[in-house]
Design a protein around this ligand. Sequence first.
Ligand code: DOR
Ligand code: ZN
Length: 344
Amino acid sequence: MGLKKFPGFIDVHVHLREPGATQKEDFLTGSKAAITGGFTFIIDMPNNPIPTFSLEALEEKIKLSKRAICDIGFHFGTNGKNLNSFNDAYLHPRIFGLKVYLNHTTGDFLIDDRQVLEQIFVSWESEKPILVHAEGKKIEECITLAKKYNRKLHVCHISQKEEVKMIRKAKKEKLKVTAGVTPHHLFLIDSDVKKLGPFAMMKLPLGTKKNQDALWQGILDGTIDLVESDHAPHTRQEKLANKPAFGVPGLETTLGLLFKAVHDKKITEKDIIRLLFDNPKRIFNIPEQKNTYIEFDPEKSYQIGENGYQTRSGWSPFDKWQVYGKVENVILHGKKIMNRGKIL
Ligand code: DOR
Ligand code: ZN
C-alpha cells in the first residue's frame, strides 16, 4: 500500500517520571517513545515524588520538559490541601486538567474523604476536565458530583463492564462525562498475569474476558471516547522486587496494537483517528499543531521490540507481538524529527 499520512496523535495520560524518578524515564526518553509511537502531543500526570500540586512544581516540570522532542502538556494534581492554587493552575496554558486519585496507585495521593472530594469539585471552577482514577462505586460518586457542579469529568482507564454501563447512562443523561481505556485493558486479561507476572500488574488491574468484551463494545458504540496509554514505565528491577511497582509502558505500542485490531476487523482506521486524535483534541482542548503529521504504512506488519525500545524502562508486556503500522516519518511544526523510523 505504501506510506499514508495521519495527524500527529494525542495521548492524554502518560507518566514521564521527571523530576524524581528518572531511572524509569525522563522527558527526553519519554518523548522519544512518544514520537516512535506516533504521538506528537502528550499530557504528563502529576504523581511524581514531588507531585505537581503547586505552581512551583509545575514551573520546574516545564523547565525540565524543554528537552522533550514532542509537545507536552500537564495535568495538575491534588491532595485536597492545595485548593487555593487551583485558580492559577486552571488558568495556566500548559495545564489541561486536574487529576484525582480515588483508588490506590503509585505514590501517596489518595482522596478517600467524600467531603474533600466534593470540595475539589467545588473549587475546580474550570472548563478543563477533572480526571479521575476511580473504580466501580467511586465512579458513580464522581458522576454525581460532576452533575451537581456542572463540571467536565473524564474517567480514566475504565476496565469493567459495570463501569462502561455507568458511563453509557451518564451520556444518555447528557452529562459532561467522558471515558478512556488503555491498550493493556483492551489487549490483555487477568489470566495474562500468570504468564507475565509483575509485568502485567497495573492499577486498575486487568479484567476478565467478559469485561474486555464490554470495553470493545464501548469503543464501537461511542461510550468510550479515547484510548490513553497510561504509559507508566518502571525498571525491570522495580518490577521484580518483592513489592512490584504497578504500571506498564505504552507509548510505543499503542498505535501498532490498534492497527492490529483494524487488521483483525475489530475496529476501523476511522475509529483510531477518533480515539487518538479527534476526541482527545476536543475533550482536552488541545491547541492546533500546525504542519504536524506522521506517515506509515498501516498494512505493514512488524514485531514489537524488534528494534529495542526508546523508553528507558526498556520492556513491554507486548514484546514480540506481531502488529501493524510502524511509524516511519514524523513532521512536527514543519520540522522533520523522524525519518524512515530514525529519530533525527
Ligand atoms: O499502574 C499504574 N501505574 N496505575 C496508575 O494509576 C499509576 C501508574 C504509575 O504512575 O506507575
Ligand atoms: Zn496513570
